[in-house]
Design a protein around this ligand. Structure first.
Ligand SMILES: *[C@@H]1O[C@H](CO)[C@@H](O)[C@H](O)[C@H]1NC(C)=O
Ligand SMILES: *[C@@H]1O[C@H](CO)[C@@H](O)[C@H](O)[C@H]1NC(C)=O
Ligand SMILES: *[C@@H]1O[C@H](CO)[C@@H](O)[C@H](O)[C@H]1NC(C)=O
Ligand SMILES: [Cu+2]
Length: 180
C-alpha cells in the first residue's frame, strides 16, 4: 500500500525541480525586435528599445523580408550618422537574424537600406552583465562617481550558473525526489 504522504513529498519535490527549470529559462530571454511589428519601416525602435532590460546571453531576433531590409551591428557614430560605409561590426541578412548579446556593452543596430536608418530603423541597447553596474556610456573615470551597487545577489548567482551546472542541479534534485 502506498503512503499518500510520501507521494505528496514526491510531487512537491518535482514541482520545485520544474520551477527551477523555468526560472533558469527566464534567465536568458529571446526578444523579437519590434515585437509584432518586427523589423520594418515606420516603427520607432527608440521606443521599442526602452521597453525591456537586456542582459548578457539574451538573444535579439530581427524578422523581416529578406532583401527588403538587413541588420547591421554598428558603432555608435555610425548609428548616429546612418552612414554604413564605415563602422560596421557585423552584417546579418537572413531575414530571421538571431543576434546573441554576448558581451556586457552597448549594442547599436541599423538597417543599411538607403533611407531606412534615417527613417527610424535604428536603435541602441545596453546588455547588462551579471554585475548590473554597467553605465550607458563609459565616462572619463576621474570625473564620474562610482555607479551605485545594486544588490541583487540571488539573481546574479542564478545567471552565473551555466546550463551544464543547471542540468546537474536539476538532475540531482529529481534523483533526490525519487529517493525521498
Ligand atoms: C528595468 O530595470 C529598471 C531598474 O532596475 C526597472 O525599474 C524597470 O522596471 C525594468 N523594466 C522592465 C521592463 O523590466
Ligand atoms: C564583475 O565584477 C568582478 C569583481 O567585482 C569582476 O572580476 C568581473 O570582471 C566583473 N564582470 C563583469 C561582466 O563586469
Ligand atoms: C547583498 O545582500 C546580501 C544579503 O542580503 C549580502 O550578504 C551581500 O553582502 C550584499 N552584497 C552587496 C554587494 O551589498
Ligand atoms: Cu530596412
Amino acid at each position: 500500500m502506498e503512503d499518500p504522504k510520501l507521494r505528496g513529498h514526491f510531487s512537491f519535490c518535482m514541482i520545485l525541480a520544474v520551477l527551477g527549470l523555468l526560472v533558469n529559462g527566464a534567465a536568458s530571454e529571446v526578444y523579437t525586435v519590434g515585437d509584432s511589428d518586427e523589423w520594418n519601416t515606420g516603427v520607432d525602435y527608440g521606443v521599442w528599445s526602452q521597453k525591456y532590460n537586456f542582459s548578457v546571453g539574451d538573444v535579439l531576433v530581427f524578422k523581416y523580408i529578406k532583401s527588403q531590409h538587413d541588420t547591421y551591428e554598428v558603432t555608435e557614430s555610425t548609428f548616429r550618422s546612418c552612414d554604413t560605409s564605415t563602422g560596421v561590426l557585423a552584417k546579418h541578412t537572413s531575414g530571421d537574424d538571431q543576434v546573441t548579446l554576448a558581451e556586457a556593452k552597448k549594442y547599436w543596430f541599423v538597417c543599411s537600406v538607403p533611407g531606412h536608418c534615417l527613417g527610424g530603423m535604428r536603435f541602441g541597447i545596453i546588455a547588462k552583465g551579471s554585475n548590473t553596474t554597467e553605465s550607458p556610456a563609459p565616462a572619463p573615470r576621474s570625473e564620474s562617481p562610482a555607479p551605485p551597487q545594486i544588490n541583487n545577489s540571488g539573481a546574479q548567482a542564478l545567471r552565473r550558473l551555466s546550463t551544464w551546472d543547471y542540468l546537474i542541479l536539476v538532475g540531482g534534485s529529481i534523483q533526490l525526489c525519487l529517493v525521498w
